[in-house]
Design a protein around this ligand. Sequence first.
Ligand code: DAH
Length: 398
Amino acid sequence: MEGRPTPESMLEALDSAKRTALALIEEALAEEDPAGVLESIRLRFLGKKGEVSLILKSMGSLSAEARPAVGQAANATRDAIESALARAKDTAEGAALDRELRAPPIDVSLPGRPVELGRRHPVSRTGEEVVRVFERMGFKVASGPEIEGDFYNFEALNIPAEHPARDMQDTFYLASGHPVAATLHDGTRGPEPGEVLLRTHTSPVQVRSMLRSPPPIRIVCPGKVYRRDSDLTHTPMFHQIEGLWVDRQVTMADLKGTLQLFATSFFGKDTRVRLRPSYFQFTEPSAEVDVSCTLCGGSGASRSEMEGHEDAGQGNGSIAGKPPQTGPCKTCSGTGWLEILGAGMVDPAVFEAVGYDPDTWSGFAFGMGIDRVAMLRYRIDDLRMLFENDARFLDQFP
Ligand code: DAH
């Protein structure tokens, strides 16, 4: 029928477009999800190049008398298709909602899949347990910054610059000019004066605590410390807990009694404590402190050797067919003792540095390695495992 469209042919085309569209919409409603089909119908008839739109566009060729009638019919056709589409969309949505409501409900009887809870790191747990034992003896917890000034970490602890004792605690220095807080949150001074470094031990917290409050004082200070060390038994960061008890007439006997009570509370009632003479700049006299080996009970013999001895002839403690393992205990290398801390009576030079009168006050101090105590507690043989963050390792500590 090419050639100029006549008003009649256009009215006919509009009528046929409307009937086709309404029939297609009706059909679409039979689909499971008619949204896509309804949209394609809309495009086919009402889109920019849709059938009805094209008819509207070609009206320019009609005579002025014919135009209103065709225009009206075109608008009516567009409105009819539009409202049929809208109704169909509503119907489809209602049906979908209905289906959903009629579907079987969620099966709440299925067993759940709970998120596994995390757990405390063995070093954190050990630190907290050590603190708890000392809290029962009346110690309060104190803390200090990990970025320290030379004065607190060394000078006030009677370790002057150039002193060879500094070699044992080589550390990381911060570039000069590194911004540091002039005042800490507790009101004490920041790391200045002197060079700024990562603290090598928790002993500077002694200095800060004594500068902050007059005697008597009884504190423990757990925290991270840093040294330029890295091998099987040393990591550049590790954990210590410092202890300090200053009062009138505190003696070495108080030190030993306190540590003995700690050892039996923490490692078990049969644990013994031994003090060996040692040297620290900030204590006089000084001691290294050992506890009887947690594995061999202080005998120095490997476990199966002990059992073989006690239950001679019964074969306990050995795997059938294999000779019992003999030799020195691996944990204490056969010595029967494990070193856990350094300690001593606070040196008068330290009291003078913080303004305590050494003729009136006396006290003891100690510094314990928390990681080492955790290794003994949980029988871990490689220090680095504590810091690798391997969940297969950490999951073993309930
Ligand atoms: N600060 C020492 C160190 O890290 C340990 C220590 C020894 C601390 C004796 C003390 C002490 O308080 O009295 O090697």
